[in-house]
Design a protein around this ligand. Sequence first.
Ligand SMILES: [Zn+2]
Length: 353
Amino acid sequence: MKLRDVLKPLKVIAPEKTAEPWDNVGLQIGDINQDIKRALLTIDITNEVIEEAIAKECQLIISHHPLIFKPLKNLTTNSVVSRLALKASQSNLAVYASHTNLDLAENGVNRALGAALGFERGKGLVSLGYQEFVKLVTFVPEENASVLREALWQSGAGLIGNYDHCSYETLGTGRFRPLQGSEPFIGRQGEDEKVNELRIETIVPLEGYTDLLTQIKKLHPYEEPVIDVYQLQYPKKSRYMGEIIKLKESLALEAILKHWQKNTLFYGDKKEFKHIAILGGSGSVGLNYALKDKVDLFITGELDYHELLLAQEEGLAVLLLGHGASEAPVLKFLANTVPIETVIASTPYLTTL
Ligand SMILES: [Zn+2]
């Protein structure tokens, strides 16, 4: 499968444009027309991970943390990042990163962590503004509609909650007269024409619609396709990172740890919890939200010394899982999303606890 098609579902669950402005996500190495048979999934890219990708005959590495973060001045063996980037490139390995966009994705890092800990989806922890949508309408001859529909779905249009391919279609009559200089798909210059056309309307996230316009223009049979875009006041979906889970009954620490058979660090006096915040990776950004919501327990990847001190003073128990370990459950989610065979790296992150 072409790399561009392998990446499409990833871009739907975690659109690149939703990443933080300081982040560097997306395709870092590779050619979107490259053929990909197998992908290796990892949190971090190390020499060992690249070696494993080569040994397991993968053509693509999908990582959570970007390999290339700061701009590179050269591609030599002089620094760690450029050495790894050079090695991947020379081994014909494409590299794709889904980072902060995957942190805030509805089915991303934090939902995967919640599921791994045995929790149902909770409400949002860290507020990150809104996701806005536009309504996109286009008109196409009936027989050309299916290609266009497919492109819409592949680009993340028509996704509402647990439903995809959401759209509305009406059959109508399109009228036009090709003028001099035109090259009409249907009709002749100087003659009025009428065509049975479908009006297809669907919903698209605001951040993705300009790419979709380009795509539709490319696939639409008409020389001058009509595409209307309406800004919507509703729906406007709150965007969050991390979750706050309110349990019906208190849960003992041991019961939580039964789901997590890896090293942890626990700080706190309480041993039973009902109101729990979770945030994969670094917990810094979620600490104040957890305190404000008066949760009993904050489960996260890591916190620094002063943050732990603050939590202790405020009576908030903290369970640290390790940065990479807390993010690793998302690799299974990614394995189900990527439309080709995948392998999860043997050592996908640095063990820190
Ligand atoms: Zn991280």
